[in-house]
Design a protein around this ligand. Structure first.
Ligand SMILES: CC(C)(COP(=O)(O)OP(=O)(O)OC[C@H]1O[C@@H](n2cnc3c(N)ncnc32)[C@H](O)[C@@H]1OP(=O)(O)O)[C@@H](O)C(=O)NCCC(=O)NCCS
Length: 212
């Protein structure tokens, strides 16, 4: 049985906990969050500050870590600060997700119900592929990205590190969304989007720079 620790104990972590429960052979062992000052048992799992992770990794075997934090910026910051080996992280894939055998999924990435990832797509580490999103063939989705519910990336799309594609947004084939950019909910991306901008609408237009 793989024992999984979730870092973060708020909204997104609830969905990540459900993912763990939906996977046979995994159990949720702890939820760590810096809003806790001390270690205690709550709702049947260990809770405590994130600093408790080191002790858990030392004391327990077969233990893995996943981030239950929605902010792409915070997930990256935390991974850098933790300094734990990459192999400590585990990816979680809901049983209803359809993942091509030729797709590559990074470590620490969470894939929610009814996601589709098609052939030869590469997903980085610590990404969130949210409920019902579709990532078509030959896409490259970098680390710390978030593809929101029902968003669609057509074939050959590239999404840079930390970028957030809003709920129900679409990106047409072969376009690039630059790193740390945000695409608004419902947008249609029909041209390349620069890095660190916010773009909204149909077709998507930049409304702000440094949009993270
Ligand atoms: C794009 C987004 C990040 C902008 O948020 P924001 O920086 O707070 O922007 P504001 O709400 O101040 O809106 C700025 C302008 O953009 C418009 N706008 C905002 N989001 C828009 C969208 N998705 N589509 C079209 N226009 C949008 C607003 O109407 C406003 O227009 P105005 O200046 O003419 O009044 C946000 O609206 C959004 O769509 N986020 C996606 C959220 C999501 O899908 N989350 C999934 C979680 S699971």
């Amino acid at each position: 049985m793989k024992k999984v620790v979730i870092l973060g104990d708020s909204g997104h972590s609830k969905v990540v906990a459900d993912l763990i429960h939906s996977n046979e052979g995994m159990s949720l062992t702890a939820k760590l969050d810096d809003r806790y000052d001390e270690v205690f048992v709550g709702e049947g799992v260990t809770k405590g500050p994130i600093s408790h992770l080191r002790q858990l990794l030392q004391e327990e075997s077969n233990i893995y870590v996943v981030l239950g934090i929605g902010s792409n910026v915070v997930r990256k910051k935390l991974v850098k600060e933790l300094g734990v080996p990459r192999s400590s992280f585990i990816s979680l894939i809901h049983p209803t997700a359809v993942i091509s055998p030729s797709a590559v999924i990074g470590l620490g990435t969470v894939i929610m119900p009814r996601v589709v990832v098609n052939a030869d797509t590469i997903i980085g580490d610590h990404a969130i592929l949210n409920t019902g999103s579709i990532i078509e063939h030959d896409c490259k989705v970098a680390d710390y990205t978030h593809i929101s519910p029902q968003a669609i990336l057509a074939g050959g799309v590239a999404v840079g590190e930390g970028a957030h594609i809003g709920a129900g947004a679409s990106v047409i084939p072969l376009k690039t969304v630059g790193e740390w950019s945000t695409i608004g909910a419902g947008a249609a991306v029909v041209s390349n989007i620069n890095r660190k901008v916010t773009a909204v609408g149909v077709p998507a237009k930049e409304i702000r720079k440094e949009g993270i």
